[in-house]
Design a protein around this ligand. Structure first.
Ligand SMILES: [Zn+2]
Length: 341
């Protein structure tokens, strides 16, 4: 799968600078979750470290990583001595990722960047979740950004650039990466082996962010979600027994976020139809007010449903009964609008 697909502008900008010999020493790639920011950063790092570029004959020779030189092979194997990836560490005690990138990791990174490369004069450090640096860590990082060593390149990746202090942002070249357009998404999803049958659902759920629908590459997950979607063809009168059976059978292996997104996708036409009815009734406000209240209640129920994955995690609830309860209150709310309208 091409890491550059959909991010051509950033790729060209990086390559233009590399070719001119004036590559900015720190790049901040930011944009929504699941659009391949980290994959792109890795790919740019590989281009920079590829022997053909690091020891090439200059301007016209700059190309994408060749994939066959010693550097490219080490990058692919995750063992290039001049590439350092920093991510949040795993907390063995609490069995989850630590909250922040800690200061020791950043100090380590600055030490790494200050040395001359082992394979060439070049070194690249990549911070996968730059927004997870606290103030102290970001300040330590600043020092490294002020005095870049020759040949060093720092790639920062985060969703929201505003999570970083202005002092850090101002030293970086900011590059926004946007969700991918539909044609690119379709190509990527086919490359990811998403079936034609699951493609329309995958396109809608991804919203231009391939990372959101990665699980649909698993045929079992894709089939389960299609059947889940089908259960809500009649949103106000679905079969509760079948819904419960589905949840019991699939809740452990289908990502919770996708269960909710698929359900909301199935209910969307019902919501749209109700809001059209409400708009038509605005000519007689007396009738519209109760229907409006019911509509608000339905929106609340939908919001609770959307918060279900986080709720289950945070409060260690049993997922099946909680989900079923949310679905039933949404159905009641949808029925009430119909009655009121
Ligand atoms: Zn190469």
């Amino acid at each position: 799968m091409s890491a550059v697909l959909g991010h051509d502008e950033t790729y060209r900008r990086f390559h233009r600078q590399m070719a001119s010999g004036r590559l900015h020493h720190a790049w901040l790639l930011y944009g929504p979750e699941g659009i391949g920011k980290r994959m792109l950063a890795r790919s740019l790092a590989a281009d920079y470290l590829c022997r053909k570029n690091s020891q090439g004959n200059g301007v016209d020779d700059i190309k994408a990583a060749c994939g066959v030189c010693h550097d490219c092979r080490m990058m692919a194997a995750g063992s290039h001595p001049d590439f350092l990836l920093i991510e949040r560490e795993f907390d063995e005690k609490n069995k989850r990722l630590k909250r922040d990138v800690h200061i020791g990791q950043v100090r380590n990174l600055l030490g790494f960047l200050s040395l001359s490369g082992a394979e060439s004069a070049r070194r690249v450090a990549l911070i996968g979740e730059a927004g997870r640096m606290n103030t102290q860590t970001a300040n330590a990082m600043l020092k490294g950004l002020e005095e870049p060593a020759a040949g060093s390149l720092l790639l920062l990746v985060c969703e929201d650039a505003l999570l970083l202090p202005a002092t850090v942002r101002s030293r970086c070249l900011l590059q926004y990466l946007s969700p991918l357009p539909e044609a690119v998404m379709r190509k990527l999803l086919s490359e990811m082996q998403v079936s034609e049958q699951a493609m329309p659902l995958a396109l809608r759920l991804s919203d231009g962010q391939p990372g959101r629908v990665m699980a649909l590459t698993d045929v079992d997950v894709a089939e389960a979600l299609l059947s889940w979607h089908g259960l809500f063809a009649a949103p106000e009168s679905f079969d509760v027994g079948k819904v419960q059976q589905w949840i019991v059978r699939h809740v452990a292996h289908v990502p919770h976020g996708l269960i909710v997104d698929t359900l909301l996708d199935a209910l969307k036409p019902a919501f749209m139809a109700q809001s059209d009815t409400l708009c038509a009734e605005f000519s007689s406000p007396d009738a519209a007010i109760p229907a409006m209240q019911c509509f608000d209640a339905a929106l609340d129920a939908a919001r609770n449903l959307a918060a279900w994955p986080a709720e289950v995690r945070r409060r260690t609830l049993r997922p099946t009964p909680t989900l079923l309860a949310h679905i039933l209150s949404l159905r009641i709310a949808l029925r009430d609008i119909k009655k009121a309208a």
